[in-house]
Design a protein around this ligand. Structure first.
Ligand SMILES: Nc1ncnc2c1ncn2[C@@H]1O[C@H](COP(=O)(O)OP(=O)(O)OP(=O)(O)O)[C@@H](O)[C@H]1O
Length: 267
């Protein structure tokens, strides 16, 4: 049955929410080949925003731009602006390490460091220094709890992180990222390498974390986007096609391109 469509018009509909990130006219190319075209969107604070769209539409490229992961790629050219809590992330006074602490990132494949569970979570805290052993212990416990992993690992904190299952490893990586108290957590298909039970745990975790921080999730899984996100941005060929509350985008998409994608008629 065709869904009734609201009239096409302004596609950006997150107006009542306070923004964490504001992206304006962002255009990005790899070796001159455009990957993002004039993207403008606001990412609401303490909400889950999903980026969806067909393979190659620019989801990961956009995510990586939010904590300046393109800085080291000389083939990347870009223009536009990205603001975090009102501040331009490319301003000369912004230290990129501090930006990446504030805007943490979790990738598709779990990547724990070759060290113990405890040391993985303490890693970023030790780099910053100045914490007593007791304070470090407290934060490690807090972060493992926040990542819904504490109960499973509290008796083996000195074991290798690699002794954990894939799903546990991914929650450990999330704990490691949370330990340095980011304001934003970027998740690039965080569950796509995991089994269904681990996937559900990650989804529960994402939902629970939004009381503390802003989450941005790239996913190929439409059900996952519908289950966990408050807002959904649909990208196609580097353009932002439609963006709004997830319920609206999934049940009453404004544009045929969005409908074709979410109903599986566009790969
Ligand atoms: N490091 C890179 N160098 C050159 N081109 C790149 C690079 N990364 C991505 N691209 C190109 O940029 C475009 C967008 O890629 P991107 O990975 O952002 O898309 P995506 O929507 O995340 O895709 P997928 O869902 O397959 O992960 C694609 O055409 C891709 O080939």
């Amino acid at each position: 049955m065709p869904v009734s469509r609201r009239p096409a018009g302004p596609i950006i509909d997150v107006s009542p929410e306070a923004s964490s990130l504001e992206i304006e006219n962002l255009t990005l190319a790899y070796a001159g080949k455009p990957a993002l075209r004039e993207l403008t969107l606001r990412i609401p604070r303490q909400r889950v925003t999903a980026f969806i769209g067909p393979s190659g539409c620019g989801k990961s490229t956009l995510l990586r731009a939010l904590n300046r992961l393109h800085d080291l790629n000389e083939a990347v050219s870009w223009r536009g602006s990205i603001r975090l809590e009102g501040q331009d992330i490319h301003a000369p006074e912004v230290a990129v390490d501090e930006l990446r602490r504030r805007v943490g990132m979790v990738f598709q494949a779990p990547n724990p460091f070759p060290m113990s569970i405890y040391e993985n979570v303490a890693f970023g805290l030790r780099l910053r220094g100045g914490l007593s052993r007791r304070r470090l212990d407290d934060i490690v416990e807090w972060a493992l709890n926040a990542a819904a992993l504490w109960d499973e690992v509290k008796d083996r904190l000195r074991a290798s992180a690699w002794s954990l299952s894939g799903g546990q490893q991914q929650r450990l990586v999330i704990a490691r990222t949370l330990a340095v108290r980011p304001e934003v957590l970027l998740l690039d298909e965080p569950a796509s390498a995991l089994d269904p039970i681990s996937t559900l745990k990650i989804e529960e975790l994402i939902r629970s974390l939004k009381s503390q921080l802003t989450l941005v999730l790239v996913t190929h899984n439409m059900q996952q986007a519908a289950r966990v996100s408050d807002y959904t941005a649909f990208l196609h060929e580097g353009e932002l096609v439609e963006y709004g509350p997830t319920d609206d985008v999934f049940t009453n998409p404004r544009l045929a391109r969005t409908e074709n994608y979410i109903t599986g008629r566009m790969a």
